[in-house]
Design a protein around this ligand. Structure first.
Ligand SMILES: Nc1ncnc2c1ncn2[C@@H]1O[C@H](COP(=O)(O)OP(=O)(O)OP(=O)(O)O)[C@@H](O)[C@H]1O
Length: 335
């Protein structure tokens, strides 16, 4: 346990909601958000919890941050139990959520940080020094944001202030829940580079995201989570090894989803995903014989009247690794 800053063992969490049935009736519905999540994060590691919407990332993070009690399982941060030793856990972590709450709209960034520094028990001289350091580190000074009211902040400024607050006590463990969600590219880049810098200074970081590109840039190791379960883990390189020797065919098409899925069923492919968006369908196929399959796919789709806008062959990405573990013609068909 000593080498690990974060340990989760068999976390289970169920939410009970009520489903409306007509005007006056409702029936309880159980959502299994976590179905036995276990993992460990070594001291100084940046580990990404990567998964699609609703996979269970925020639920995991809330349990680790002592904001939610699991129905089953245990977790420890810096050796302290998240349910039985809440104060010790809280002292050792900094938490950032994508939508930053709890700041005072009518206070400036500097005043907000001073307020939280006092709340966390920093002496006034310590607080003053730390707040100035953090305003500089997060470049809030440079953006001219330190002395502006929080209510005037852009999303990027709010995200930076959230990270500054998490760092006030200089905690050894940081838990960041989608910290770049909705940010413009410069702010997202800044947050990512700061995370790497903090990792270089020995902090342990758990970083949730649904952005594969970001996970690969930021994280030493990645845990893939889907429907409340960890389905694979490894370094980005190790995860990509799972699809070594294969290439990805990516096609953007417009046509009936069922028809497109049926067309793919007859092909020599290992994994498939068909995603619908406003622009049409994005088809991703993982295969060992990309040129041959791409030729057949194009011919078959056109023969069925499907419009094919683009079709290209790529090196597999983490997205393909995810598809590899979560779906496929071998078990369960297209997504
Ligand atoms: N307070 C709640 N009440 C009922 N269901 C909930 C609640 N919070 C989360 N859920 C459900 O639990 C599941 C896991 O949600 P969670 O927010 O942990 O996922 P996530 O991976 O963080 O997703 P996202 O990226 O969309 O935030 C989802 O099905 C979600 O709808």
């Amino acid at each position: 346990m000593r080498d690990y800053s974060i340990v989760a063992e068999g976390l289970v969490k169920r939410y009970v909601t009520r489903q409306r049935k007509g005007l006056f009736k409702s029936t309880p519905q159980v959502i299994e958000a976590l179905r036995g999540v276990s993992f460990k994060v070594r001291r100084g590691e940046v580990v990404g919890l990567l998964g699609p919407n609703g996979a269970g990332k925020t639920t995991t993070v809330k349990i680790l941050a002592t904001l939610l009690i699991p129905d089953e399982g245990d977790a420890w941060i810096n050796g302290f139990h998240v349910v039985k030793e809440v104060d010790d856990v809280r002292r050792g972590i900094g938490v950032v959520f994508s939508v930053e709450k709890g700041f005072y709209a009518k206070l400036t960034g500097r005043e907000n940080l001073r307020y939280f520094a006092a709340l966390y028990g920093l002496s006034s001289s310590e607080a003053e020094k730390r707040v100035e350091e953090l305003l500089r580190l997060l470049e809030l000074d440079k953006l001219g944001a330190s002395d502006r009211l929080f209510e005037e902040y852009s999303l990027g400024m709010k995200a930076r202030l959230g990270l500054a607050r998490a760092l006030l006590r200089d905690p050894p463990v940081l838990i960041l829940d989608e910290p770049t969600l909705g940010l413009d590219p410069p702010s997202a880049r800044k947050i990512r580079s700061l995370v790497r810098e903090m990792a270089g200074n020995g902090k342990t970081i758990l970083y949730t995201t649904h952005n594969m590109f970001e996970a690969e840039l930021v994280c030493d190791r990645i845990l893939l989570i889907d429907r409340g379960r960890i389905i694979a883990e490894g370094t980005p390189g190790e995860l990509k090894e799972k699809v070594a020797g294969k290439r990805t065919i990516v096609a953007h098409v417009r046509g009936d989803k069922m028809l497109v899925s049926r067309t793919i069923e007859g092909l020599e492919v290992e994994k498939v995903s068909v995603e619908e968006s406003e622009e049409g369908l994005t088809v991703r196929l993982l295969t060992r014989s990309p040129e041959e399959v791409a030729g057949i796919l194009l011919r078959e789709l056109v023969a069925r009247g499907v419009e094919v806008y683009t079709l290209r062959i790529e090196e597999p990405t983490l997205e393909d690794v995810f598809i590899y573990f979560t779906s496929g013609v071998g078990h369960g068909g297209t997504t």
